[in-house]
Design a binder for this molecule. Structure first.
Ligand code: HAM
Length: 420
């Protein structure tokens, strides 16, 4: 019987060796930025308790109600994390991180999982980088996480972006706003999409996030949250904007921006790009002053963002931005015969000791195939080793760019290559 052929599940993507350098590059920019701002890395498990995500992200969100990869094992309920904020908040509470003192300025990079319908820029396993500042209600913190996010895109050279910001208020401001929205949508209820009708009762603000054609005519005249903000929220929002101006970060106010996660309070923001398709958000975030209390901690203000790495890469491709360079070996030892191969195996560590990357062919192929392999791998130099060379103690060092060759001893080769 024919053996089955396996492929990944829909929306799960392999990152193949020829793309690895792009990921390394993006990750290195994120880490460098984190170092510049002194944000420290936090790594949380890929699986979290289902209840944490349900409570944290919100029962009514698409993420929790439709998109969770969840399963039970014994009495434990596991979910593949759909995002990083609730897990980081859990870790903060579980390990009493406030005891470290100051604000917790954290960042993360890792895979997230959402059972969405895959399309360009939307996968079921995707990767986010993000940052969270826990323990500050000052608008300074909001400005800092936005500056952190923008720094990464600027460093990579991404263009055609818009930073949209809004305030989604606090429970007090939102109470009055929700009633005003319900009042406004009431006469149009029958004409709203099914999803918006579902949202009407419990979370009418999410109607504003609808992309459904059917809802569009009713959105533009809907009341604005900005008219319902209390003094505290209004002042906070004004300060975030003035801090962004001080930082020279352009933004566009968008009072329809509500975001798809329930934990936000006050500041909400999204970075969009015209180089992406319909999934046009490079990243997003905001303040979540009630989340930590919601998951069992003490009331602790916090703010953060997360960005999709795949979407960043799509934008870079559209802009023809190279993302790093593929790794190339400094030297490839081309061996003629078994004795030469053994010599290469024995002497490879001397190259490594000097920090020179040195490749040897592992399948015992002919010399011609080894030269081809050296070319394919873009080796900077080849050292050609045969019986004669071994006897003389001098080897052909071939510059693979200029094709120049010289006969030199191993110590000369090491000296030359470590100076390169
Ligand atoms: P989010 O808006 O759900 O926010 O996701 C942030 C970013 O992750 C999106 O803007 C997008 O670039 C990327 N992303 C989301 N879903 C997918 C997907 N299915 N495929 C590819 N990329 C995707 C959050 O996750 C919040 N935790 C952000 C945050 C941090 N808020 C406060 N702190």
């Amino acid at each position: 019987m024919a053996k089955p052929k396996f492929t990944t599940h829909t929306g799960m993507v392999d990152i193949l060796p020829d793309e690895a350098h792009k990921w390394h590059y993006v990750e290195s920019v994120i880490r460098k930025t984190a170092r510049l701002f002194h944000f420290q890395e936090i790594r949380t498990p890929i699986m979290e308790p289902t209840e944490l995500i349900a409570r944290g992200v919100g029962q009514l969100t698409d993420i929790v109600s439709k998109e969770m990869f969840a399963f039970d094992r014994g009495d434990d309920h596991y979910v593949l994390r759909p995002e990083g904020t609730a897990p980081v908040a859990r870790a903060f509470v579980e390990h009493n991180l406030q005891q470290r003192g100051g604000t917790q300025n954290l960042f993360y990079i890792g895979p997230m999982f959402r059972a969405e319908r895959p399309q360009k820029g939307r996968q079921r396993q995707f990767h986010q980088f993000g940052a969270e500042v826990i323990g500050a209600d000052d608008p300074f913190a909001d400005a800092q996480v936005i500056a952190f996010m923008m720094h990464i895109y600027k460093e990579i050279g991404v263009k055609n972006m818009t930073l949209k910001i809004n305030s989604v208020g606090d429970p007090e401001s939102r109470k009055a706003y929700k009633s005003a929205l319900q009042e406004y949508f009431k006469p149009h209820f029958e004409k709203l999409s099914e999803t918006s009708q579902e949202r009407y009762e419990k979370n009418p603000m999410r109607i504003l996030d609808s992309k459904d054609e059917q809802d569009q005519p009713f959105l533009k005249d809907a009341p604005s949250i900005l008219d319902y903000l209390n003094e505290d929220c209004e002042e906070h929002y004004a300060k975030v904007k003035s801090h962004l101006e001080l930082l020279g970060i352009d933004y566009k106010e968008d009072d329809r921006l509500v975001r798809g996660l329930d934990y936000y309070t006050k500041t909400a923001f999204e970075l969009t790009s015209t180089d992406l398709g319909s999934q046009d958000a490079l990243g997003g975030g905001g303040r979540y002053d009630l989340l930590i209390e919601e998951i069992g901690g003490q009331k602790t203000p916090a703010v953060g963002f997360a960005s999709g790495i795949e979407r960043l890469m799509i934008a870079c491709e559209a802009l023809n931005l190279p993302l790093g360079e593929p790794d190339q070996p400094d030297v490839y030892i081309v061996c003629w015969g078994e004795k030469a191969r053994l010599w290469a195996l024995e002497h490879q560590p001397e190259f490594h000791k000097k920090g020179i990357s040195c490749m040897i062919e592992l399948a015992g192929k002919s010399m011609k195939a080894q030269m081809k392999d050296a070319n394919r791998n873009n080796a900077r130099f080849a050292v050609i080793v045969g019986e004669d060379e071994l006897e003389k103690g001098e080897f052909t060092l071939r510059d693979m760019k200029s094709s120049e060759e010289e006969m030199v001893s191993l110590s000369k080769i090491l000296e030359k290559l470590s100076a390169e």
